[in-house]
Design a protein. Structure first.
Length: 415
């Protein structure tokens, strides 16, 4: 608490942080992924509070610790180097003594970090001098993540009813007391590639989905939602049959996201490319951060995104799929929303929390009607004429009005 007290004293004495600092904080919080250097198991320590603050706001955060394997249920890495080549996109909060922070600066420079926030107590004149010599841009000398985002020390995530991992931790899943099933791609170092073990894990969970699950969130850790297939699964020495099985498995997962009874929501915080774009667009709703992008890059690499283009075309039409597949360019989230690929674009810092609110709202409704509604929506959308679509929807509407719950509603609103 003493660090927070020092910050409040700064503010009470009229310390005025510049607009540039406010801008830097905004840029930091727009990062697609976060790391906490100095994360702690002990809840009274600042390193734990910062980690839980990220979690409380639904932001993907990786604890960095040389002594711990897991903190607050999140797998640790021992060094920023372990975050892979996308580490330069991370926002890194530093909660270490100044002597340790000083040693971190050269590594930050080597890794190309551009978002580095020294939390109160981690800086010193020597640290700031060395950062200046290295040309590192820092947020320092006062602003605190807990104050900027807001932190409730009594916050706890919804209690888990069921949870597990697959593919050596590259996929995790959690069904909580709100009846929301969260599937998390958690191999950020490999850009959440959809290798065969990950695809099999997704297939197994979705194929055997718990009847208690009312909504499914598909999300990812780190700066990239998913880079698509692991090309190692298509090496020549594996043979054509193995290639076919992998591709079939990927298509089956995409179909399951569309066919399972609960509504599915993709929460896209970064780049969704190739099969990663396929998975996102196969979901019923797609929420995207303003930092996210969508891409079918096959043509630029001497190939073509044949199967990833299928849910893109189904979602936004043939012309959109053709543009993305032929040009192989990234489509920013804002434009993707205009094209119909994305349901809603949100500031990165609000993405996960808003997705969670949306999921809990859907989960609060009558699951039988929601799941029947999803089935009918998909069925009528497959018809070619309005007449055929009404022929699908009308019997479902009549069936709904015959239920006791609907008759109760009719009686309430009858005039």
């Amino acid at each position: 608490m003493h660090r927070l007290q020092r910050l409040h004293l700064h503010l009470a004495h009229g310390r005025n942080f510049s607009q540039a600092t406010a801008s830097e904080i905004g840029q930091f919080l727009a990062a697609p992924g976060f790391a906490v250097v100095g994360a702690s198991q002990e809840r009274q320590k600042f390193g734990n509070k910062v980690l839980r603050c990220y979690m409380q706001h639904g932001l993907s955060a990786v604890p960095v610790s040389i002594t711990q394997k897991v903190i607050e249920g999140l797998p640790c890495v021992s060094s920023l180097k372990d975050l892979g080549k996308e580490v330069c996109d991370y926002g890194v909060s530093v909660i270490t003594p100044p002597k340790v922070t000083l040693g971190l600066l050269d590594l930050a420079k080597d890794l190309g970090l551009t978002r580095l926030w020294l939390q109160p107590g981690s800086e010193s004149p020597e640290v700031l001098q060395r950062a200046g010599e290295l040309g590192l841009g820092l947020i320092h000398s006062g602003p605190c993540l807990l104050v900027e985002l807001g932190f409730n020390p009594s916050w706890e995530p919804a209690q888990a009813l069921e949870e597990g991992q697959a593919a050596d931790g590259a996929l995790s899943w959690r069904l909580d007391e709100k009846q929301v099933l969260t599937l998390t791609l958690s191999d950020s170092r490999r850009r959440n590639a959809l290798g065969r073990p990950v695809l099999q894990g997704l297939h197994d969970v979705l194929q055997n989905i718990s009847p208690r699950a009312r909504v499914v969130l598909l999300e990812a850790q780190g700066p990239v939602f998913s880079s698509g297939h692991d090309f190692g699964d298509f090496a020549a020495d594996l043979g054509a049959r193995a290639h076919e099985e992998t591709l079939k498995l990927c298509c089956e997962v995409a179909l399951l996201l569309k066919k399972i009874p609960p509504p599915t929501i993709a929460v896209v915080q970064g780049l969704a490319t190739a099969a990663g774009c396929q998975m996102a667009c196969a979901c019923d709703l797609v929420l995207a951060a303003d930092t996210a992008a969508f891409q079918l890059p096959g043509a630029a690499n001497g190939g073509f995104c044949h199967t990833p283009a299928v849910p893109v075309a189904a979602r936004a039409g043939k012309q959109v799929a053709a543009e993305m597949a032929f040009l192989a360019q990234k489509v920013p989230a804002v434009r993707a929303e205009r094209l119909g690929l994305v349901s809603q674009v949100l500031p990165r810092v609000k993405l996960a929390s808003e997705a969670r609110k949306l999921a809990e709202r859907i989960a609060s409704f009558d699951p039988e009607q929601i799941q029947k509604g999803k089935q009918v929506l998909n069925e009528q959308a497959s018809k070619s004429t309005l007449e055929e679509r009404f022929q699908v929807a009308q019997p479902a509407m009549l069936e709904m009005f015959a239920t006791p719950a609907s008759q109760k509603m009719v009686a309430k609103f009858r005039r």
